[in-house]
Design a protein around this ligand. Sequence first.
Ligand code: ADP
Ligand code: MG
Length: 956
Amino acid sequence: MSSAGGGPRGSVRPERHVQTGRGGNGGSSSTRTKSAPPKRPSSSSAKSSVDSDNAADAIRVRVAVRLRPKNNEDFIEDGDFTSCVELQPEAKKLRLKKNNWSSELYKFDEVFTEGASQRRIYEAVAKPVVESVLEGYNGTVMAYGQTGTGKTYTMGRLGKDDPSERGIMVRALEDILASISSLTDYVAISYLQLYLESLQDLLAPDKINIPIVEDPKSGDVSLPGAAVVELRDIDHFNELLQFGEANRYAANTKLNTESSRSHAILVVHVQRSVKVKDENEGASVVSSMDDLLAASNHVPIVLKSKLLIVDLAGSERIDKSGSVEGPMLEEAKFINLSLTSLGKCINALAENSPYIPTRDSKLTRLLRDSFGGTARTSLIITIGPSARYYSETSSTILFGQRAMKIVNTVKLKEEVDYESLYKKLECQVDSLTSELERIQKIRQDEKAKIERKLRKQEESLAETKRTFTTKCENLEKENDCMTMEIKKLMEELNDERDQNKILSGRIVEMEMSLSQNKQQQLENSTYKKALSDSTQMYEDRIKALLEQVEKEQARCAYLELEMHGARQVVANNENSSKMQENGKVNELQKELHKLKEESRNEIQHLEAKNSELLSEKDLIYEELKSMQEKVMQEAKHRRSLEDEILKLKKVLSENSAVQLERGTSMLRTTSGVGGGAIYLPRTGKSRDTIPNQKDTISKIFEEVGLSNILALLKSEDLDVQIHAVKVVANLAAEDINQERIVEEGGLDALLSLLETSENTTIHRVTAGALANLAMNGSNQGLIMNKGGARLLANVANKNDDPQTLRMVAGAIANLCGNEKLHVKLKEDGGIKALVGMVRSGHADVIAQIARGIANFAKCESRAISQGHRKGRSLLMDDGALKWMVTSPTTFSASTRRHIELAFCHLSQNEENTRDIITSGGIKELVRISQESTRDDIRILAKKALNSNPAFLREIQ
Ligand code: ADP
Ligand code: MG
């Protein structure tokens, strides 16, 4: 359009100067110096090479004409009238018929019938321009024609429903996007509307009156205010185009105008990386990074080019000479100054006028560097077939002709047959092409669909893989953990097995030692049996000897009687035969004397033997006593062994995870504190193992009689006293004997023995006997009234022998179980003595003390709850409370339970609060409430804690 047009910008592409001749109405041809036009692409349509022999054609504005098919209006208005245009596409000619006798023939670069496919239009009209744009030249494709003839159809059709209908804009962008490299190249668009000399941005509707800026040096035209959107892909372009169309529609509605009066201008900015070998060889396009790298020894350059696709406003108000006609003049002047100006420029260019009025309008200013000049330009003029619009069609055709600047048409030899065949084939090709495009589009859609599906599947596969891997990892971790745990458990199991083995070994040892013990006991009892048998035998023999002594004595008496008789006879005969019989008497006296002597001797012998037997009996008794003690010790030992076995069995069974009904046995053995144990001097001896001794004692009891036995308690002989008290203690263990013992003065005797004796054994056994008697409620009162508690306290204070203390503690413990006696028991020093025995430290003694205190506390608690008693506990003094609070945890379980129980009972009494707090008992109470092995004790402790606000305060 202008001689001032510069070469491609932004590049170092060398310019080639060629002489270009312009065709005119046989007029002068001008010589212009301009940049080299792009060479004809080899891929362009065959028909585009019609003028390939003419170098000048290479840069001439190429003009094609397209006839729109008849529409409904045409059919209605024109009926069967023939169209005013007749096309000769094979000759690229068009005949415009004014009437039946007048017509004109025009030649164009391309002539498209109403059936021409959009694809063919694109390939013939736009593709060469697109290719030259890709090579770095500016290019323009314009559609000119009357409103309703198909400009927008040709240029802007999106072809959403029918892909074969896609217009030049879409196809051009498809080609451009397919040809560039996304790595190195760049494609962006601006989309504008020119209306009433105002340039509006269709991609950014707020922008109106966008200025057109011209570089005074290069002559480059730019629109600095317009939005330039870089394209991602063809879908993106379609979206933008649709968006722009919507804006165009909205803008036109707002301005109360029609799109036919505005120009739509699509500006495509293309920037490509190319390499040039040297100054003379020119640039060659690189399509990828690889090419760029391969061409690293070449000079890298960037080509910038611009493609304008212009859908012009309707040409109906412009007359054939390009000026506005008729009454619309004024309006048109303003409304479409641009189109008028374009017409004038075309005319001026066509006439080779020295002045081209490009500055008259915005459109011509915008097209200045694209239309003519260095750029390749294609114009498609659209016409309708109806004769009603003859003048508009004629004007359009003349515009096209001027644009072609060709007046004379080259005559071609036309072959009629060939022509009709060509026509027919072309129709077929067109319909097949459309069909092919449709199928291709469907295929593409399907392909895209499948690709999308594939991508989704791949994504889901990747996701599955990821989750699977995570799962695997988790499982592996878990597996590791499990293996570790199993290993640990196996180790623990092995440890436990080893421990079990050791424990089993110990049990076997223990059992062996137990059975040995049993064996020994069996032997002992056999030995005892033999002893008692032999005792019996000796007793029998003593009895027999005594009988014999009696017999001898009787015989002696008889002999004395006989002797007396004989004396009488002698006296009677003395007088008669004194002399004769003197000798005889002497003889008899001698004989008697002899007999007496014999008897005496025999008695003496028997008496010696008797005393011998008696001493032997004493010896046997002594032996029996020592045996009994031995058996007692062994039984004790055995008990402790049994206890240990029990413990070990418990541990073993716990370890082996064998279910153990330990609760029941525990409860059975520990429940109750008030029953009172039976205290035999032969403590520790199992009832089963001593039937013989018991039998012996009951035999003694039967034969000697209780009164005799009780009498023996006062014997001078200590041994006799000891044995007697042992027998009494044993008898006192049986309920049936207790009453008789007390009735016959046994209790008094025992108490006096306790008071008077200094002997430890006496103390121990007497205390045991009293403990036994104190199991009976009525005896308890008697014992107390007779000062038993005081006596027991004395013994406790004087003695340190654990067994004696154990008996004393047991006796006091039994007395503790009677609430009525509590005051006196305390007054007589019983409690103090009981607590004092703690010093012994012996487990058995401690057990009895704990039992006693538990008995006491429990009875006291009951009495208080029943209202029999009030006030502070009698256990508070004498150190009992302190001992309970600080008692070591090493005590046996049952002892600890007794202490805990006692303490819990004391804690129930509010009067004891201060003592418990000051003694630091709260901590112990809390501990019991949490740690005691007995539920009832824990409950008692919790009850005490929760019901006493002072305790609660202390806890906080
Ligand atoms: P313009 O832009 O020139 O005013 P349009 O492109 O809007 O005209 O076309 C007017 C009508 O004619 C539209 O409905 C369009 O689809 C139809 N039309 C135009 N050209 C063709 C063609 N070659 N084939 C089929 N229909 C067409
Ligand atoms: Mg239109």
